[in-house]
Design a protein around this ligand. Structure first.
Ligand code: ZN
Length: 436
């Protein structure tokens, strides 16, 4: 993802919008269900009308299905809109998937391969970056236990910098590229003394494996991880080292911030930013685990309406001790196409494999400093480990025994000691890989 800077006018518009609307979005977190629903339905309908009238890929699909977004008066009506998929939007770029009359010169173009490997360019109006900034601040505020004063320093350890609204002394943030090795990264963090750390789970795993006492000595007030899958058990183990909760978030390039963990550790949907549904294999709404489908409320250049995100999760509507009434995302098990694929066609989701892998090394934080679970063919998988200080010759067989006990017997598992786990050019690292 490479992104241009905001120009002066865009900067000003975003600054005014963030200042004026941050309190509004903050209050809306605590709104009652009917108000949340009414707001989301109004916004979802607006985006559907825009897509259905000005974006050819949607207009044709809606016409073929005989639905008119302008007639939407309820969620039942909204759910009659056909689903949209990545391949169609990507093939339509730019003329057929961008709203007619848009001027791409006014946009910030973000290009992302995503985990599906399909490259897609997404334009965002430069003066409408504020919704992303507000939802980002919300995510970090939850990660600090609802206490995020504007003077907290944030260390943002990522592959690339986001278009930023930098106001000196106001939510100060320092970007540190992941390309640095963990030792250098830790040095930089010790110099910066951040209150807040936002990074990839694999980076945090490296840092804590390298020097848990130095990480604890940073005395972070908040820690947030995202972009890659991590398990609650592993985040809890990092939290024990850091002395604070480690919060996860769930977002995508297309839909923005879909959900993030509140101070109670539940994944609340950001229902005023994106309307999220789950559908079954036939594309029908489901209350069980289903594919995540989202409607984003702010990108009026390239709308995403009932867009198939490809991840599997379940949505429930029950209260949370934090007092927010937004629906909760549970059982987020990763992307439909991620994870292992067995010879009989069964799939083992990446989230499940991460849990199994974590349990195999649990109990000894010094056993391995990094790991990766790789399936090279339908019958075999290799658990790659970078041995830690307490790794012994017998450790491999103990890890194999633990993995084998939890995985289908048709899968043969072995352990391989490696010097390091490679990162992609962008600095991301996959912990579960299917290499065939
Ligand atoms: Zn909550």
């Amino acid at each position: 993802m490479s992104i241009r800077k905001l120009n002066a006018r865009e900067y000003l518009v975003n600054l005014v919008a963030v200042t004026a609307l941050m309190p509004v979005y903050g209050r809306r977190e605590h709104a009652a269900r009917p108000a949340l629903d009414a707001f989301a339905l109004r916004r979802a309908r607006d985006m559907a009308v825009l897509a259905g009238t000005r974006v050819p890929v949607y207009r044709e699909r809606y016409a073929a299905a005989g639905v008119d977004p302008r007639a939407i008066a309820s969620w039942e009506d909204f759910r009659r809109l056909p689903l949209m998929d990545k391949a169609t939007i990507r093939e339509g770029w730019p003329a057929r998937s961008v709203a007619e009359g848009s001027n791409l010169d006014n946009c910030i173009l973000s290009t992302s391969s995503g985990s599906s490997g399909m490259v897609m360019t997404i334009p965002h109006l430069g003066d409408r970056m504020w919704p992303y900034l507000i939802s980002g601040q919300r995510m970090l505020r939850w990660a600090t236990g609802d206490r995020y004063p504007f003077w907290y320093r944030q260390a943002y350890v990522y592959t690339s910098e986001y278009p930023l609204l930098r106001v000196p002394g106001f939510y100060p943030m320092t970007f540190i590229p992941t390309a640095a090795d963990p030792e250098r990264l830790l040095d930089q963090l010790e110099q910066l003394k951040p209150h807040l750390l936002h990074t990839y789970p694999t980076v945090l795993r490296d840092l804590i494996a390298l020097a848990p006492e130095r990480m604890a000595a940073l005395r972070l007030r908040g820690c947030s991880v995202g972009s890659e899958l991590s398990t609650q058990a592993e985040r809890d183990s990092w939290a024990a080292v850091l002395g604070i909760r480690v919060c996860d978030e769930y977002s995508s390039e297309e839909l923005g911030r879909i959900a993030s963990q509140c101070p109670e550790g539940r994944y609340h949907l950001h229902e005023d930013v994106v309307f999220t549904e789950t559908v079954d294999d036939d594309g029908q709404p489901t209350t069980g685990v289903g594919e995540v489908v989202g409607t984003e409320f702010h990108n009026r250049t390239m709308p995403f309406v009932r867009y198939r995100q490809g991840d599997l999760a379940r949505i429930i509507n029950e209260g949370c001790p934090c007092g927010r009434h937004t629906r909760l995302l549970v059982d987020l098990v990763g992307r439909r196409n991620d994870g292992f694929l067995l010879r009989d066609g069964r799939r083992l989701p990446a989230g499940f494999l991460l849990d199994v892998a974590y349990r195999a090394i649990l109990g000894d934080p010094d056993l391995v400093t990094a790991y990766r679970f790789v399936q090279r063919d339908p019958d075999t998988a290799v658990f790659e480990v970078v041995p830690g200080t307490s790794w012994r010759e017998s450790s491999a067989s103990a890890v194999v025994a633990s993995l084998t006990a939890e995985l289908p017997s048709s899968l043969t598992v072995s352990v391989a000691e490696v010097a390091e786990i490679p990162r992609s050019a962008g600095g991301k690292r996959q912990t579960v890989v299917r290499a065939f």
